[in-house]
Design a protein around this ligand. Structure first.
Ligand SMILES: O=C(O)CCC(=O)C(=O)O
Length: 279
């Protein structure tokens, strides 16, 4: 697979916080992913759905072995390689599906290593790889981002309580600032099978899904420069794997992407809130 304009995409990812690689998922993989995710989603209870009304279903990718194939999907690894990420490591991921007629996802960022000074530099510590399984538009809940907010302070940084807070997830107050629109926000509408790559520090949200169809995304988290991260961060990442439904064969499949940390440094403390160093 030829990645178009990889240097431009790299520059955009570093400066704006995201880029899109078109047409990564091939039809057979798309069909298998739709089938497995639909089965997992159909099994969700009303209670589970109510607890994650804003994001939509959050199902760990360790719930099905097919996702281990996606972690090492050749065309995605080729895309990372073309962007200069030669030794990425993988830590976790979720199936996030907005049911028909569901509310927007609140603004948030997903980085947990704000206690370390490297989090205030251009180095991408953690990337999301998002695979949307349907074409997305503002009508059915496409992604929205605030460009460069991974490196620059935005008023939302002061407004947001703990990202993924339970009250926001339940949409107890739809008028909360975390659900509103902000100057400069950008819609990222994609075709099914495109890959959105972004910095975990980037402020992002999604539109409501006003359509009659599910809008499913699979988000996988990678660490493009694992070996260059502080040891305490590596130690934390090394502990993130979950057992759940992956077999020995699944773990072997992703062995090269496993974030192994052998040292004895204490894992970094989880902190989702940027400090005053973010200017
Ligand atoms: O549902 C979406 O479009 C975005 C999901 C998201 O915010 C995430 O995976 O961190």
């Amino acid at each position: 697979m030829e990645i178009e304009k990889p240097k431009e995409k790299y520059d955009q990812l570093i400066s704006d916080g995201y880029c899109v690689v078109e047409n990564v998922l091939e039809d057979d993989m798309m069909i298998r992913l739709r089938s497995v995710t639909d089965t997992l989603l159909d099994a969700q209870t009303e209670e589970q759905l109510a607890a994650t009304r804003s994001s939509g279903s959050m199902i760990s990718i360790y719930m099905h072995s097919l996702f281990s194939e996606l972690v090492v999907y050749t065309r995605a690894l080729l895309a990372l390689d073309a962007l200069g990420f030669l030794r990425p490591k993988f830590s976790s991921g979720y199936v996030i599906s907005k049911p028909p007629k569901s509310p927007p996802l609140f603004w948030h960022q997903d980085w947990w290593g704000w206690n370390d000074p490297c989090s205030y530099t251009a180095l991408p510590q953690q990337l999301f790889l998002m695979y949307y399984l349907v074409d997305t538009t503002p009508y059915n809940g496409c992604l929205r981002v605030i460009k460069s907010s991974h490196l620059k302070k935005h008023p939302l940084h002061d407004i947001l309580p703990n990202a993924h807070g339970a009250d926001l997830q339940r949409v107890e107050n739809p008028d909360h600032p975390a659900f509103q629109h902000y100057p400069g926000e950008i819609d990222i509408a994609v075709n099914a099978g495109d890959l959105v790559i972004g910095d975990s520090r980037l402020l992002h949200a999604s539109h409501s899904n006003q359509s009659e169809e599910r809008r499913t995304v699979i988000t996988l988290w990678y660490h493009p420069f694992f070996a260059l991260l502080p040891e305490a961060m590596q130690a934390h990442i090394g502990r993130m794997r979950q057992k759940l439904h992956w077999s020995e064969e699944d773990w072997n499949r992703i062995a090269e992407l496993n974030p192994n940390y052998q040292g004895d440094i204490e894992p970094m403390k989880w902190n989702r809130t940027p400090g005053p160093e973010l200017k």
